[in-house]
Design a protein around this ligand. Sequence first.
Ligand SMILES: [Zn+2]
Length: 111
Amino acid sequence: MFQRYLAFHDACSACDQDFSGHQSDDMPPWLTILVTGHVLAPLILFVELELSPPVWVSYALWPSLVLVMSFLLLPRIKGAVLAFQWAKRMHGFADSGDVKESAGEKPWAAP
Ligand SMILES: [Zn+2]
């Protein structure tokens, strides 16, 4: 699915699904920050308040954990956002897959 770290191929190698019109914008980084913050903030508070590690341990540990978690999560979350958009026929996938609409007809319009 990925050509490079965050760049998708133009199409799926297995089924030729077109990825070129896909738009995830800021959703993957937003979700990455949300998840990383909600996992690490309580952990940081607990460790700092209960264990009081030396300052150099805190300075080495927490930024490293934030970077590792963010770099691991970002492509996976971006893939999940693309999959969600494909499943819901959103943002670049409106005309793809087995949902065929005639030109000008809106899929959400009542029959
Ligand atoms: Zn495919």
